[in-house]
Write a protein that binds this ligand. Sequence first.
Ligand code: PSU
Ligand code: MN
Length: 308
Amino acid sequence: MTTVHPMLTLSDEVATALAAGQPVVALESTIISHGMPYPRNVETALAVEATVREEGAVPATIAVLAGRACVGLTPAQISYLGKSGLAVPKLSRRDLPLALANAGNGATTVAATMILAARAGVEVFATGGIGGVHRGAEQTFDVSADLQELAQTNVAVICAGAKAILDLPKTLEYLETHGVPVVGFGTDDLPGFYTTSTGLGVDFRADSVAQIAELMRAKWDFGLHGGVLVANPVPQDQALDPNRVDAAIAQAIAEAHAQAISGKEATPFLLARVKDLTGGDSLETNIALIKNNARLAAGIAAARQAQR
Ligand code: PSU
Ligand code: MN
């Protein structure tokens, strides 16, 4: 383990890869603890790491353990997060100092993973779906800290779009206001996580990893801080029927309202209900799209290293 800061530890594998200029892909941990049920969550997290390795990059799963931000976890640490599930604190930017101050543990969201990846020197991060502007945000003000992080932290986030538990047009408006380019990989249409398209456009279409690496280079070399959001559609044969997904989401949101679920509980509640209401199928789609994103992220990380 390499301690780069009293509160930040890199695994040997990640530290060695970064020092050697090898491609590294960051992976979040809230998706493990709060995004999927045990034991599929642990199996998936390990399989996603294996996918990154097969593509020639080094995986860096990120979490806070015993008050240290850890970039690169052991399989035992990943199992602990997956087994503990909702008992592990979900850490976004707001929550990081508390966990660091109190020798706490926690799973990092997209926002917190971006922060820690950037601190460690990792520029490419693969996840499933990002947080965004929730439906009804004009009343609740529920806007994920993921969007604010994309506005300011220099990491490319590879996702499968965003789930329609969010208000997708408002999410795109927020990203535009904050200067975050939304890139469709091989598509002009924003993918909808379980579905390949939403009917909403992306800002740019890229058909190669080199094009994405070039956009990152141009943005950051010119001093334009903030992330790049790459939306990679789920493979068509793994996608779900949009009508089925929409019905499940509508019901999940109605239940959240009825139970007055808000704040950091909102997203995990909605994710779990959508999963239950679509049967096991949505979990299989979720796993397929994360692996698909990990593969693309490894390619982007390699293309970025090839520029140097
Ligand atoms: N959306 C998904 N799957 C997820 C999440 C969001 O489709 O697992 C998780 C991610 O960790 C994301 C977080 O960063 O939820 C957003 O939570 P909030 O809306 O409370 O910021
Ligand atoms: Mn929120």
